[in-house]
Design a protein around this ligand. Structure first.
Ligand code: MBD
Ligand code: FE
Length: 310
């Protein structure tokens, strides 16, 4: 009496030879004063984790390899590199939680016209310089730079507006457009000792018509850092490490939901096979050739639409 029946696990693999009360004991160990959200989600996590291990017959040796991989991710991570996040990215987890979060905040105030979000990725830096509209985020470009020719050929002007999704859509003044992308050698500034601090990063404030504009480079495909455990893992899965050329944005304005997103250059051969699964059709853009401006041989006009906060 009083003994709870072992709760059969949801998986078919929970068969003879396993003490099926283990899963229930772990779940039941959570105390009455546990953090409420943890109390809510841990039973599911424990059940899925245990089911997974039983389903694949995970051995001690295999589990040890996984522990080593996660530990190595942690050891490798610092303010310039987030290997654990990268591991999640190649498993699609950052894209999934971004999607879940977007669905959850799509409340009555959202009217469906807002620009879709995309993952932040591991290379965001706070405090990018606030620059005047019309200036360039390409720093100290000279013929000595290894990728000078590409940078000249791919120089681009991006201009657009930040709009409120409240219908009818209205321009938002003093919105902040925070932008960053990697250099033609495939490296973000903090990964590359040859680039100036904060190269290819900037923040721009929209004017009274909600407009912003800046010079940058058309983005190129590049491999996510594959010299660590995430890269090793990709290789073991016979997967390539490439991301299609992309430009990151965080767009924010008072009374609006901050938009974290990326745009993807439609010329890119990896657009349908992003190693971190972040591409969405609405975020694929076409740069058009531009005459008479040596600082911007390409033009992209792109508006960001932000949801109001309910
Ligand atoms: C990147 O540049 C990136 O944007 C993401 C999401 C993951 C790895 C590298
Ligand atoms: Fe990126």
């Amino acid at each position: 009496m009083g003994q709870t029946q072992p709760r059969m696990s949801s998986s078919d693999s929970a068969v003879d030879g396993y003490d099926l009360t283990l899963t229930d004991k772990v779940i039941a160990a959570t105390g009455p004063n546990a953090h409420p959200r943890l109390a809510e989600i841990m039973p599911s996590l424990v059940r899925h984790l245990h089911d997974f291990a039983r389903e694949v017959n995970l051995t001690v040796d295999e589990w040890t390899v996984a522990i080593d991989l996660i530990n190595e991710c942690g050891r490798m991570s610092d303010d310039k590199r987030n290997e654990t996040q990268l591991l999640c990215d190649i498993l699609g987890l950052e894209t999934l939680v971004d999607e879940i979060t977007a669905n959850m905040v799509a409340d009555a105030s959202a009217n469906g016209s807002a620009t879709p979000s995309a993952i932040l990725g591991p290379f965001y830096r706070h405090d990018a310089p606030l620059l005047p509209n019309g200036s360039s985020i390409v720093k100290d470009l000279s013929p000595e730079v290894e990728w000078y020719e590409t940078a000249v050929a791919d120089s681009a002007l991006i201009t657009g507006r930040v709009l409120s999704s409240a219908s009818p859509t209205e321009p938002i003044r003093n919105a902040i457009v925070d932008v960053w992308h990697s250099a033609p050698n495939g490296l973000y500034e903090q990964q590359d000792p040859d680039q100036p601090d904060m190269n290819l990063r900037g923040r721009f404030k929209t004017d009274d018509e909600g407009r912003f504009s800046f010079y940058c480079l058309r983005p190129v495909a590049y491999p996510i850092p594959d010299d660590g455990p995430a890269g090793k893992f990709l290789a073991m899965l016979d997967r390539h490490p490439y991301r299609p050329g992309h430009i990151h944005f965080v767009v924010s304005a008072p009374e609006h939901r901050t938009l974290t997103t990326q745009i993807f250059d439609d010329r890119d051969e990896y657009i349908q096979k992003d190693s971190v699964f972040a591409v969405k059709d609405e975020l694929i853009v076409s740069f058009v050739p531009r005459e008479g401006d040596p600082n911007g041989k390409w033009l992209l006009e792109y508006d960001f639409v932000l949801d109001t906060v309910a």
